[in-house]
Design a protein around this ligand. Structure first.
Ligand code: DGJ
Length: 791
């Protein structure tokens, strides 16, 4: 709901309020963003005005050595005021929201209020980019129009309120209504001027195979910038960031979460000024950006998302999760459970052909796989990553009957069929590049740099977008393809569009993203039932722009279960688990060579969208039986695993995650440890989010342990001596197993949450039986909790 009381605007959600007012000069003064100021009935115009008056800074005389706005407003020191937007030239010397070079070369801007329009119950989408949407009339929109004092420039600020999720979004649009061109150097999406300093800025940074590491920086002075200049939202600096008080924890304290519905270069800046105020800005990264606006042209900035809570990071994550699930992800797969897939990449890499894939698929069908995905290597002459990107015809040597034949054969095994594509790229060794060298993003006359031996297609060129959309349409229509993994394996270099004139080259990276969105829109609309999965060498483009078209994204090329805990936990702050995919892969792991138990590989992957990516045809029988049980177990719980509420953990000495069904009557909890320590046998699992009054059945699925895991300790119990790695040990292992511990008890929700269940003692040197937990390096356990309806 949006209220107006005279010159004050109040944006109201279930638990938060956001307030600003129009000053007599026409500037927009930010007044408040925090916990709720009252219920809808209490928010009368008089009360809003009283609160606004309390929030407004009181100024009687100007401080020394300051630029004042003008002689009639000598207490208006723009450097020290809190604004909805800021620009350069009238005394605000902080990072600006907007920066322009006028026709005469000057840079001063002064945007002043003109009019505003409130629309409670409906919202208008952005014209050039994806944005959040509402399926009902719960969202409201406010458009504030400002005019630049010295020119005919118009700035529209768009605010959208999503009350249930406690989310407010912002975007902006600059329209050149003057009769001369201007050069836009930046137009950010969101500005939030907070009082005080000392906030903690949490960013999620990384690189290939180690995305989303959480980093906390306390902002005391100067600027802290989280930004990507890679052409994609990037694994280096995800656009999701948080600000919090220094004492905020998972369960308590103030925090603000921000994200951007955008997949390109972005920047999130927190700056402390000379008066201990903190300005936060987010939007398209101004570095390398400029846009020429001819008379009549407009530029639209992407939508930024913000949420506030005083109930800690857990609540912040839930606000973001609900918002992403409800207002970003759309289409057929929005609320539909995702199939368990088997992907060919780590099983076979480029060495694929129909026979080999069908053998793999058959092994998958036997254990319950629902979707078989043929990854890279199926087209052109693609036997390595040097060639053929751009030539999207099946390799007849590998697929003699094309996509249609392999798809039919996979379908005959009772599974759906999916494929991998990388439509934004071109190999130098490809028919496409030979025919259209000017379609690649390179600077004419200069040596170009490559990433993974490939170049980027110039999606700033509409002809290229149209051509590649057509190519993809033919591929997707050539067989009943049910799933597409859309990859993008390098970041930008030689950023230059041969299609654009010199004076518009600063628009290239942004126009590329707009071209990409047009392509994604056309293809997802034409093939609404295909499950699309985004990918950029793993998580190099994990953002709300991609999620506006594709409901899930491959979170990382790192499939090491233990390391994945850190990555998936990073994502969990801003993204729901239905958006990140996770696969059970081989051990030793292909990225780290770490050996992890199959149980841990499953448990960690089950907290994302589960898939498998290993050569099942090489697996031991016992492992295949375990995989079959895992898949059956996952299918029983997957609705909750994919769409339930995710909680980061609370247990001592282990890493813990819990997922709780929306009615809180079912939950799954996982503990995972790093390196085992001797004599630390006593661990507990502590739940979050349950119904305290309910009685839960708490249980696990006991697994038998291979005697080889106990090395020569087995001789303490064996009547005959068993040498390690001997034929005798192998034979014995086929017939003799060690029991796994069983957890099976009833316990109240209150007990589970207040103290938790003390688990079976972990092995620690002195003995082993069915009451002992075999819990070695990188071990984990999954526990289920079902409310006992009889109570
Ligand atoms: C990078 C992806 O992240 C991998 O999963 C795989 O699809 C390869 N590309 C294929 O080239």
């Amino acid at each position: 709901m949006i209220y107006q009381a005279e010159q004050i605007y109040l944006l109201h959600t279930e638990h938060t309020d956001y307030m600003f007012r129009v000053l007599p000069t026409g500037h927009l003064e930010h007044l408040y963003y925090g916990a709720s100021l009252g219920s809808e009935e209490q928010l009368t115009p008089a009360r809003i005005a009283e609160d606004a008056d309390a929030f407004a800074e009181k100024r009687a005389f100007e401080p020394g050595n300051e630029v004042v706005y003008d002689q009639d407003h000598k207490t208006m020191i723009l450097e020290d005021m809190r604004f909805e937007i800021s620009s350069y030239g009238k005394g605000d010397i902080r990072e600006p929201f907007l920066e322009i070079i006028h026709h005469d070369g000057s840079r001063t801007c002064d945007f002043l209020f003109d009019h505003a329009e409130i629309c409670n119950g409906s919202i208008t989408p952005l014209a050039t980019m994806p944005c959040a949407y509402a399926e009902d009339d719960s969202a409201s929109e406010l458009i504030v129009t400002l005019k630049e004092a010295g020119t005919g420039l118009t700035l529209e600020l768009r605010y959208v309120v999503f009350p249930k999720e406690d989310v407010i979004t912002r975007s902006s649009r600059l329209i050149n209504e003057s009769d001369v061109p201007v050069r836009l150097l930046r137009l950010m999406s969101l500005q939030l001027d907070l009082e005080y300093k000392g906030y903690v800025m949490t960013t999620f940074n990384g690189a290939w195979a180690r995305e989303m590491y959480r980093n906390d920086t306390t902002i005391i002075a100067g600027k802290t910038v989280n930004s990507s200049y890679t052409g994609s939202s990037s694994s280096r600096a995800n656009p999701f960031v948080m600000l919090s008080r220094q004492d905020t924890t998972e369960g308590a304290g103030e925090c603000w979460g921000f994200n951007l519905v955008y997949s390109g270069n972005h920047a999130e800046t927190a700056e402390v000024n000379a008066y201990d105020k903190t300005r936060f800005l987010s939007g398209i990264n101004p570095q390398g950006f400029s846009c020429l606006l001819e008379p009549g042209e407009a530029f639209e900035a992407p939508e930024a998302v913000m949420t506030y809570t005083n109930r800690g990071f857990r609540q912040l994550s839930h606000n973001m999760h609900h918002f992403v699930r409800e207002h970003i992800v759309r289409g057929t797969w929005k609320n539909k459970v995702r199939p368990v897939l088997l992907n060919s990449w780590e099983a076979a890499y480029f060495k694929i052909d129909e026979g080999k894939l069908l053998k793999l698929a058959k092994a998958g069908a036997d254990v319950g796989i629902e979707l078989f995905v043929m990854d890279d290597g199926w087209f052109g002459k693609r036997n390595s990553d040097n060639v053929s990107l751009g030539d999207w015809t099946p390799d007849p040597e590998k697929l003699p009957g094309g996509l249609a034949q392999i798809c039919r054969k996979i379908n005959d095994l009772g599974m759906d069929f999916g494929i991998w594509v990388e439509p934004e790229m071109v190999s130098e060794d490809s028919d496409l590049y030979r025919a259209h060298p000017d379609w690649a993003m390179t600077v004419p006359g200069r040596h170009h740099s490559e990433g993974r031996n490939q170049m980027i297609l110039d999606l700033a060129n509409p002809e290229v977008v149209e051509y590649m959309t057509g190519q993809m349409e033919s591929v997707f229509a050539s067989a009943p393809i049910r799933y597409v993994k859309w990859d993008m394996n390098r970041y930008m270099s030689d950023v230059y569009s041969p299609y654009l004139p010199a004076e518009r080259q600063g628009e290239t990276a942004h126009r590329y993203i707009l071209g990409l969105y047009r392509m994604m829109k056309a293809l997802t609309e034409k093939f609404p039932d295909i499950l699309f999965e985004g990918c950029a060498a793993g998580g190099n483009r994990f953002d709300l722009g991609i999620l506006s078209y594709f409901p899930q994204i491959w979170a990382s090329d790192d499939s090491d279960a233990y390391h994945r805990v850190k990555i998936q936990e990073g994502y969990s702050y801003g993204y729901p688990q239905s958006t990140y995919t996770a696969h059970v892969s081989a051990s030793p792991n292909h990225q780290t060579l770490r050996v992890t138990p199959l149980e841990t590989r499953f448990n960690v992957a089950a907290f994302g969208v589960l898939g498998y990516e290993l050569n099942l045809t090489d697996c031991k029988k016992a492992d295949l039986e375990e995989v079959k049980e895992q898949i059956a177990e996952y299918k029983r719980h997957r609705e909750m695993m994919q769409f339930g509420d995710f909680y980061r953990g609370r247990s001592h000495k282990t890493h813990t995650w819990t997922v709780v069904a929306p009615d809180r009557k079912k939950a799954a909890g996982m503990i995972v440890q790093g390196l085992v320590e001797p004599n630390v046998q006593f661990q507990a699992y502590r739940a979050v989010g349950l119904i305290p009054e309910a009685r839960y059945h708490f249980y696990n699925r006991p697994r038998k342990q291979d005697i080889r895991n106990f090395g020569d300790l087995i001789n303490t119990a064996s009547p005959i001596h068993v040498k390690q790695d001997s034929a005798l040990q192998r034979v014995l292992a086929r017939f003799v197993t060690m029991p796994g511990e069983k957890e099976d008890r009833f316990v109240s929700g209150a007990a589970l949450m207040n103290s938790g269940v003390k688990l079976a003692q972990a092995f620690s040197a002195t003995g082993y039986n069915e009451e002992v937990r075999y819990f070695q390096d990188f071990s984990s356990r999954m526990y289920y909790m079902d409310a006992d309806e009889a109570h």
